[in-house]
Design a protein around this ligand. Structure first.
Ligand SMILES: Cc1cc2nc3c(=O)[nH]c(=O)nc-3n(C[C@H](O)[C@H](O)[C@H](O)COP(=O)(O)OP(=O)(O)OC[C@H]3O[C@@H](n4cnc5c(N)ncnc54)[C@H](O)[C@@H]3O)c2cc1C
Ligand code: FES
Length: 334
């Protein structure tokens, strides 16, 4: 098993067979920086001082010619070929609250949420706890590489992991998940990961903003909020956006929660009403959040998830609304 050495601080850890530099470091309890785990964000870059690696995605969007020229690689894609010495700035913030575990999982059920979102319940062979809002990597048979999906449930023992997944037309993984994966199938999973988890010690009302594929982690955050004694004095507002009426979801998961309608509020918004009967809000979720909360935004704890264009718009809106950075929590989707 290769050993990976860091010069500063002087630490070494082992990289089990088939593991990546990033995930072996997280399993060893180190705060190795990352975000997406799939080669897109570039947050997990490290430099090799000695040794070589095999890179999973040679075309990873987060890895360019300049990085290659400077002997820099993506931690989430790099597999050591023997012992390694590396340089990376570890940060306490990234130390896993629940160390990620590689295991297989059995698909227990598949339920429709909307016309193009389904909930997949997986039962891991090795039960592993996670925090509300975190994600896992799924290795779907027949798909090259892993995909990241956020859990929608909450758990203390990790016996079941639920994923609400939106079908992407022509998407390698989601086409497979929707067309040929069936109950009883085994899927390899790895997790939990992610920094956009529920902060139970934050003394502010919560705003969850979700669009399309971002439903799952926000449902998990809302469920975690309802179950949290530490947040009993706060409110949670859940804004969900879709293009049309048939895209709208989320309320069915919030209604059963203690405090729904009192401490927990739901606001659906559609952006492209086409001859539909809809008396609710229209526009983008950023417009809805601004018009409902205005100046109060900067006093809220904000969690959001959804497609990249939505995430960019939300970041700009929060910047303009002067929301302090430490109150903003998201793992960018790619
Ligand atoms: C942190 C995070 C959480 C997410 N949570 C959810 C969620 O809860 N629900 C949901 O519906 N979606 C979620 N996504 C999006 C999801 O991971 C997929 O991008 C989406 O389902 C489309 O996958 P696809 O294979 O069908 O589409 P494709 O278009 O085939 O692939 C989509 C993405 O996969 C990446 N990719 C391509 N090849 C490889 C490879 N060899 N190895 C690794 N990655 C590759 C590409 O960068 C591309 O962005 C999340 C993404 C991230 C990063
Ligand atoms: S590129 Fe490795 S964590 Fe995003």
């Amino acid at each position: 098993m290769p050993t990976i050495k860091l010069a500063k601080p002087e630490i070494s850890f082992e990289c089990p067979e088939g593991d990546t530099v990033l995930r072996a470091a997280l399993r060893a309890g180190l705060g190795f920086p990352y975000e997406c785990n799939v080669g897109s964000c570039g947050n997990c870059l490290f430099e090799i001082a000695d040794g070589t690696v095999e890179h999973d995605r040679k075309d990873a969007p987060g890895w360019n010619e300049r990085h290659k020229a400077r002997n820099r690689f993506l931690g989430c894609q790099a597999h050591p070929k023997g012992d390694l010495s590396i340089k990376v700035n570890l940060r306490e913030h990234y130390v896993a609250k629940h160390k990620p575990v590689r295991t297989t999982a059995r698909l227990e059920s598949i339920e429709d949420v909307t016309h193009d979102i389904r909930e997949f319940r997986l039962k891991p062979a090795k039960a592993t706890a996670f925090l509300p809002g975190q994600y896992a990597l799924l290795y779907v048979p027949g798909v090259t590489g892993a995909r990241a999906y956020s859990m929608s449930n909450i758990t203390s023992d990790g016996a079941a992991w639920d994923f609400q997944i939106k079908k992407v037309p022509g998407g390698a993984c989601t086409e497979k998940l929707f067309a040929s994966v069936k109950v009883g199938d085994e899927i390899a999973i790895d997790g939990p990961f992610g920094m956009a988890y529920l902060r139970e010690d934050a003394p502010r009302d919560i705003l969850c903003l979700a669009g399309g594929s971002g439903l799952s982690p926000m449902v998990s955050i809302a469920r975690g909020f309802a179950a949290s004694a530490g947040l009993a004095g706060q409110k949670l507002h859940f804004v969900y956006g879709g293009r049309q009426v048939r895209d709208i979801a989320g309320e069915e998961f919030l209604k059963p929660l203690a405090g729904y309608g009192d401490r927990i509020h739901y606001y659906p918004v559609i952006s492209m009403p086409e001859g539909e009967s809809w008396n609710g809000r229209t526009g983008f979720i950023t417009d809805a959040a601004l018009s409902i909360f205005g100046d109060k935004l900067k006093d809220m704890e904000i969690y959001f998830a959804g497609p990249p264009a939505m995430a960019t718009a939300v970041v700009q809106m929060m910047h303009a609304a002067k929301v302090p950075q430490p109150q903003i929590h998201y793992d960018q989707f790619y």
